[in-house]
Structures are given as structure tokens and as C-alpha cells.
Design a binder for this molecule. Structure first.
Ligand code: BTN
Length: 260
């Protein structure tokens, strides 16, 4: 059953300094990412989060749509404007977001999660959460980064055709999950994980790789136009995929991966 997000319950559990200290909560938005990307409508406060009960144009990677039933799941975005995050390992914010989602889920539900390159969170090979990071820049300088996260929490049926079969925490655990607790925990973890991007990026890579079952496997990766295949050898220090095929080694910057 649809429920209203209780901001008080959320706030009690939030243990961060910056992330989520400025909250915008709305019944409906076109896309929480689009909203936070626009400084004219969302301001510039570092760590602002926007939670929407429903998105009319929720976006996924590669121009896909992100469907989520109103009031059952978590669809939110986080705004970063502090330049301290925009280091040379900036791309690892992607991994940090997926990893924090995985850690928060594991903490609460003792479920094993798996990470799929670049930033999907899976349980039992089905997708429970996805991350879409977008940024704006002036010249070479990044101005704002928006991290959008969609988690299937209490939705129990999914219609349509999907790239990866979706699931939800409720389907996997048989329990209704309190969205407020999960989001607060995720943001608590994310704030710490973000600091690691700046000061100890190797930790992010280590934790991410521990949960990625595809490293070492023969895979194919498609960018929508071309499909390449080979062994998913490793990820580099920015989280890009190193694909090996015979004597050829290639870097892959984005795409959909499947095991072949
Ligand atoms: C993906 O797996 O393709 C990424 C999905 C990201 C969905 C979230 S929901 C909140 C935020 N707002 C959006 O429009 N998209 C992201």
C-alpha cells in the first residue's frame, strides 16, 4: 500500500553533516535529477536531497525510463556543489553511490547484494536499484553533480520489458521495508564513502570489486551501437572497465554488460 514518507522519522536516523541536511520533498516531479541540475529551481546548497513520491519522467541510463509506483519506493537525487569532491577520481562517485546503496541494503536486510558494472545493484541476479549521475560544467570546471538513485523497495509487481529483470526488497525479503530508515542509512554511508573518494579511493575500488561477480568472466558489452566481447579483466582507478580479448586490451567507458 502506498505510504507517505515521514520526514521526522527520516531525520531522527540521519547522522550526516552535509548530505541530506537540506531536504526537498515533493509529491511529484518530472525527474529528481532534472530538478537538481537546474540551479534556478533548486539552489546551490551542497548535499541537498530531493525525494519525489512519483516521477513523471524518471530517467535511467542510456535514455531509458525509470518506472516506479508512487509511494512505494525510493526515487531521489543528491546535489553536490562542493568542489572538493571533483578530484581526478571524480568518476568514482558513480561507484560510491552504488556501493553505498549496496552497503545500506546489506546492513538492514542481511541480503547479499551484487554490483553490476557500472552501477546497478542486484539481488539474486535481479535489479533492485540503479544510479544515474549527471553533471553540469563551465568550460573544464565541473559546477554541480547530481546523483540520482532509484531503489525498488516495496513494489511487488513490475510490468513491461526490462534489460535486467527487476526485483524489490519486499520481494526478496518478504517484508515491508521502512523507506525512511533505509534512506537515512544510505545517506549516512554515502557521506563516508564520498570522503573515501577524496582520500582513499582504493577502498572504494576494493569494496566495489568484492561485490562484482563479473570480473574474470567472458562478457559482452554494448553501447547501443556496437557490441564488444572479451574477458572483463578489471576496472581501472577511475572505475572504467578493462576488457581483454586475445592480445587486445581496451577501456570501456559505458555500456550494458552481459555474461556470454
Ligand atoms: C538506471 O539504472 O538506468 C538508473 C536509474 C536511476 C533512476 C533514478 S530515480 C531518481 C533519479 N531521477 C531520475 O530521473 N533518475 C534517477
Amino acid at each position: 500500500m502506498e505510504s507517505v514518507f515521514n520526514l521526522e522519522n527520516f531525520d531522527i536516523k540521519l547522522d550526516t553533516e552535509v548530505i541530506g541536511r537540506n531536504i526537498i520533498y515533493t509529491d511529484e516531479a518530472s525527474s529528481t535529477n532534472s530538478f537538481l541540475l537546474d540551479p534556478a529551481i533548486s539552489g546551490n546548497i551542497n548535499g541537498t536531497i530531493l525525494i519525489a513520491e512519483k516521477q513523471t519522467k524518471g530517467r535511467g541510463r542510456k535514455d531509458r525510463l525509470w518506472y516506479s509506483t508512487k509511494g512505494l519506493n525510493l526515487t531521489f537525487s543528491i546535489l553536490l556543489t562542493d568542489k572538493k569532491y571533483f578530484t581526478k577520481h571524480f568518476n568514482l562517485i558513480n561507484f560510491a553511490a552504488a556501493l553505498s546503496t549496496a552497503i545500506a541494503i546489506e546492513k538492514f536486510f542481511q541480503s547479499r547484494t551484487e554490483l553490476k558494472w557500472p552501477n546497478d545493484v542486484l539481488i539474486n541476479n535481479k535489479k533492485v536499484a540503479g544510479v544515474l549521475i549527471e553533471s553540469t560544467s563551465k568550460g573544464e570546471k565541473i559546477e554541480r553533480v547530481v546523483i540520482g538513485i532509484g531503489i525498488n523497495v516495496n513494489q511487488t509487481s513490475f510490468q513491461g520489458s526490462f534489460n535486467i529483470q527487476p526485483t524489490s526488497l519486499k520481494i526478496e525479503t518478504n517484508e515491508t521495508v521502512e523507506r525512511e530508515t533505509l534512506l537515512a542509512e544510505l545517506l549516512n554511508v554515502f557521506e563516508e564513502t564520498l570522503e573515501q573518494v577524496i582520500s582513499n579511493y582504493k577502498w572504494i575500488l576494493k569494496e566495489w570489486k568484492q561485490r562484482c561477480g563479473m570480473i574474470g568472466e567472458r562478457i559482452s558489452v554494448s553501447d547501443g551501437e556496437k557490441t564488444k566481447s572479451g574477458i572483463f579483466d578489471d576496472v581501472d582507478e577511475n572505475g572504467f572497465m578493462i576488457l581483454k580479448d586475445k592480445d587486445k586490451v581496451e577501456k570501456i567507458y559505458f555500456g550494458d554488460v552481459s555474461i556470454v
